[in-house]
Design a protein around this ligand. Structure first.
Ligand SMILES: [Zn+2]
Length: 364
C-alpha cells in the first residue's frame, strides 16, 4: 500500500514474506552476513526492518549451498526480519580480478584467493534463491563512470538481456527458496535494475523494457559511482516518473544523510548504503549538528554525548571523550559504538520523514 504526498514522496508498507516494512526505508548493509560490528539484536532495537546481504561475498564464503543446507540466510545469521540480496554484479565489477564479460555472463577471479568463477544471470538467481532473501535482484552490468555513449549502450544491451534471463530462471526456480510456502503463496520477490549510465534516454529505454517484463519492484542502479551529485539527482528525477506507481522503487548505494532524505521526499521507497557503517569505522559520526570526526583532539575531554539530539543507546550512555579514547586506543568497541550511532541517525531520518508524510496525508 502506497500513499503519495503532494511533493511526490510516498508513504507505504511493503508486505514481504518475513516482515511488513514501512517505507520509505533505509536498509543497513550486511555484506558477508553481518552489518559490520553491529549484532542482530542491536539492529532490531534500532528499528531496522530490512537488511542487505551481498551475494558475491556469501557465494565465495561460506558458499550459498552451505547456507541453503543450514536453512537459508535468515536462519544462518539469526535474522527473522526482511532481507534483500544484490545480484553479485556490482561486486564482481568492483572487487573481483581479471573479469571477462561475454553475452553468457562474467568470468572472474575471487579477490580472496584468486580462484576462478563464472556468474551468469541463471547462476546469480540460483545463488540468491539458495540464500533465500525476501527480495532478489536481477543480474546486471553496472556501467562505470565516466562511460561514453557506445559503452553505455553496450552495457545496457547486456543488462536488458540478462534481466529477461534472470526473470525467466527465477520464475522457474523460486520455489526452491528454503522457506517457500505453496499454501500461503509466500515467495521470493525479484526486482529489475534500471541502468543506462548518465544518459536519460538510455535509462528510459531500459525502464520501459523492464516495466514490460513486469518485475516485483524496480531499482535504479549505476549511481554513486563517482559522478557529481547533481547528476545523481538528475538521473533519479528523470527515472522515477518512468516507473509504475504501485511498485516499490529502490535507489541502490546512496547516500549521505541529506541525500537519503531528499530522495525519499522525491518518491524513492528504498535505499541502502555502506556509508554509515564504513564512516563509523573511520571515526566519522553523522549528527544533527553536522559531521563529527571523533578522532579530533578537541573531543579529548568533551563530556557531551556524541549527538546531543540523539536518543540512541550510545548517545544516552557515553561521552565524546570516551568514543575518542576508544578510537585512539584501537579498541574494537569504537567501531561498534560509532556504527550503532550512525545507523540510528540514518534510521531516525527515515522515521522522521515517514512521520511527516503521514501527517501530510492526513491533512490532505
Ligand atoms: Zn546517537
Amino acid at each position: 500500500m502506497i500513499r503519495e504526498t503532494a511533493g511526490g514522496g510516498r508513504r507505504g508498507a511493503l508486505a514481504l514474506p518475513h516482515r511488513t516494512v514501512q517505507t520509505p526505508v533505509f536498509m543497513p548493509v550486511g555484506t558477508a552476513g553481518s552489518v559490520k560490528a553491529v549484532p542482530q539484536d542491536v539492529l532490531e532495537a534500532l528499528g531496522a526492518e530490512i537488511i542487505l546481504g551481498n551475494t558475491y561475498h556469501l557465494y565465495l564464503r561460506p558458499g550459498h549451498e552451505a547456507i541453503a543446507r543450514m536453512g537459508g540466510l535468515h536462519r544462518f545469521i539469526s535474522w527473522q526480519r526482511a532481507m534483500l540480496t544484490d545480484s553479485g554484479g556490482f561486486q564482481v565489477f568492483s572487487l573481483a580480478k581479471l573479469r571477462k564479460v561475454t553475452d553468457d555472463g562474467v568470468e572472474f577471479r575471487s579477490h580472496l584467493d584468486g580462484s576462478k568463477h563464472f556468474f551468469s544471470p541463471e547462476h546469480s538467481m540460483d545463488v540468491q534463491i539458495a540464500l533465500g532473501a525476501d527480495i532478489a535482484m536481477a543480474f546486471d552490468e553496472c556501467t562505470e563512470y565516466p562511460a561514453d555513449r557506445q559503452r553505455a549502450e553496450e552495457s545496457l544491451r547486456l543488462t536488458m538481456a540478462w534481466a529477461e534471463r534472470s526473470l525467466a530462471h527465477h520464475k522457474a526456480n523460486r520455489q526452491k527458496t528454503p522457506w517457500f510456502d505453496e499454501k500461503t503463496g509466500k515467495r521470493q520477490n525479484l526486482f529489475g535494475i534500471v541502468q543506462g549510465g548518465m544518459y536519460a534516454d538510455l535509462r528510459k529505454q531500459c525502464a520501459e523494457r523492464l516495466v514490460e517484463m513486469d518485475f516485483d519492484g524496480y531499482a535504479i542502479g549505476g549511481l554513486s559511482v563517482g559522478e557529481p551529485r547533481e547528476l545523481t539527482l538528475e538521473m533519479i528525477e528523470q527515472v522515477l516518473p518512468m516507473l509504475p506507481k504501485d511498485k516499490p522503487r529502490y535507489v541502490m548505494g546512496v547516500g549521505y544523510p541529506e541525500e537519503i532524505e531528499q530522495y525519499a521526499r522525491l518518491g524513492v521507497d528504498m535505499m541502502d548504503c555502506v556509508l554509515p557503517t564504513r564512516a563509523a569505522r573511520h571515526a566519522l559520526l553523522f549528527t544533527s549538528e553536522g559531521r563529527v570526526n571523533i578522532k579530533n583532539k578537541q573531543y579529548a575531554e568533551d563530556q557531551n554525548p556524541p549527538d546531543p539530539n540523539c536518543q540512541c543507546p550510545v548517545c544516552r550512555r557515553y561521552t565524546r571523550a570516551y568514543l575518542r579514547h576508544l578510537v585512539q586506543a584501537g579498541e574494537p568497541l569504537a567501531a561498534t559504538l560509532n556504527s550503532i550511532h550512525n545507523l540510528a541517525y540514518y534510521l531516525g531520518i527515515m522515521q522522521r520523514v515517514r512521520a511527516e508524510m503521514a501527517t501530510a496525508n492526513a491533512s490532505l
